[in-house]
Design a protein around this ligand. Structure first.
Ligand code: GTP
Length: 191
């Protein structure tokens, strides 16, 4: 059962180079459906405010708002900066486009944890690795992201560590939901 009462905006980052996958990552198919479709299925029960951060017209068929990066070629930090500049919501769920196993339940826990802890940012972790591209970022972080871009500090994990953060460790049974798929080989091993 979903517990969230707050106004949540979701931004899915669909930019970047997909150099390892060699084809547009969000449109790669898993069990006959694009990664993006799996992600949309997980977020739709949480909010109707869903925006794609990309200028690639290949995503236009989804009929969702699309916004181009305000500053190009800055990686995920630039994508999050663009999302926070666009948003009018306090809590912003930022997702990469390469997580087809993500689930509504896991995202619901993340958002609830973000609201309860009220830190600058709440991200998921498996206890060993952090997943800052499954994270809930507060709108007021916009200047921090602007400064990171100006200072060329584009390592998202370091940026998150420099903020007041909360890392929600996901139980082992749910950790498949975190898997991000970057290469054709990783796609083949996905079940
Ligand atoms: N909007 C936006 N999203 C980006 C940008 N760079 C990466 N992303 C997204 O951030 C997420 C993680 O991207 P990465 O896997 O680190 O980079 P990538 O460029 O997609 O892929 P590689 O070239 O293989 O590293 C994916 O959802 C990308 O679509 C960017 O400059 N702008």
């Amino acid at each position: 059962m979903l517990r969230i009462k707050e106004d949540i905006a979701v931004y899915i980052l669909c930019g970047g180079k997909s150099s390892r996958m060699k084809t547009e990552k969000g449109l790669v198919e898993f069990h006959g459906r694009p990664f993006l479709q799996w992600i949309l299925d997980a977020v739709t029960p949480l909010t109707s405010k869903i925006t794609l951060v990309t200028k690639n017209p290949a995503y236009a068929s989804y009929g969702l708002p699309m916004i181009p990066d305000l500053v190009e070629d800055q990686g995920p930090v630039g994508g999050i900066f663009t999302a926070l500049a666009d948003s009018s919501s306090k809590y912003n769920l930022i997702l990469s486009c390469d997580i087809p196993k993500i689930s509504t339940e896991v995202l619901d826990s993340l958002i609830q944890s973000a609201i309860d802890s009220d830190k600058d940012v709440c991200i998921l972790s498996d206890g060993k690795h952090d997943y800052p591209l499954i994270g809930c970022y507060q709108k007021y972080l916009l200047p921090a992201f602007q400064q990171a871009i100006e200072q060329n500090h584009l390592k998202l994990c370091s940026l998150v560590d420099s903020l007041r953060n909360n890392k929600l460790v996901i139980s082992q049974k749910d950790q498949a939901a975190l898997r991000n798929i970057n290469t054709p080989a990783e796609l083949l091993s996905l079940t």
